[in-house]
Write a protein that binds this ligand. Sequence first.
Ligand code: SAM
Length: 281
Amino acid sequence: MNQSLQSLANLYAEHNGKVSDKWSSYLTLYESELKHVRTTARSILEIGVQNGGSLEIWAKYFPAAQSIVGCDVNPKCANLVYADPRIHIVVGDATQPAVCQQVAMLADGFDVIVEDGSHIPREVILAFLRYWPHVKAGGVFIAEDLHCDYFPSHEGAISRRDIANRFFAELVHVINLEHWVGTTAISTLLREFALPDVVDHAGLAGSIASISFHNSIAIIRKASAPSDGLLGSRVIVGEEAIADAQVLALRSAGGDSLGVMRAPSTPDAGASSFASLFTRR
Ligand SMILES: C[S@@+](CC[C@H](N)C(=O)[O-])C[C@H]1O[C@@H](n2cnc3c(N)ncnc32)[C@H](O)[C@@H]1O
């Protein structure tokens, strides 16, 4: 097998350069979750570099990568030296706007962002909000080590409403936005997370294709186009409808019009009729 297409677990097993520290379940998860971008990804960002080994391994894992950026707040990371000119280190707090800007300048958007920094829930959320605009269409943002959500040492607890897992879970409503748009605002939906001004709520709309949860990991996938996440037109086929013939009337009304995103003019007004368009009998 071509060296560049070895499994991530193999690359880790064989690695003998700078140290990287990841949980074994992540390696198998990434293998399945990143295969769609593995041979095409041009730019990778990892927030939290520590000893720098993961950047060396990403460089081997993604054969087409041109820019592999690591960002770490630890000034000692400035001493990391790579023979591979594709690897860049930015030293600074990734959640700060100036650092984000510096990182963003090193690539034309990122196919994959791995957030492996402080694991403090509010910083994980802030990192997502800062860097999400820099995820390319069809790319992914991966938040690692979300078990820290439950640790007081990381300002977490299962009882807290503002932990990162809950934030990402709340974003499922953004995926389903077409069904409640106009009834409330995204900012209201996310008010429990005390988000700073950085948040471009409108920008989140239509941008999230999927969110998957795994042990200690959330993977947020960006839509390839804003229309990707829409329910689409209603597909009603067949001629016999012996239990409920009304479904045929919906077909004659035109499937397309039933699938088109349409917001009620004012919050709450028309919400129920809007919702009824999408309710299957
Ligand atoms: C778990 S280690 C990263 C391990 C590395 N990703 C790997 O796979 O080997 C976490 C790193 O995040 C860094 N860090 C913590 N808060 C940060 C922040 N706000 N911005 C950037 N880096 C941060 C720490 O200095 C530490 O080196």
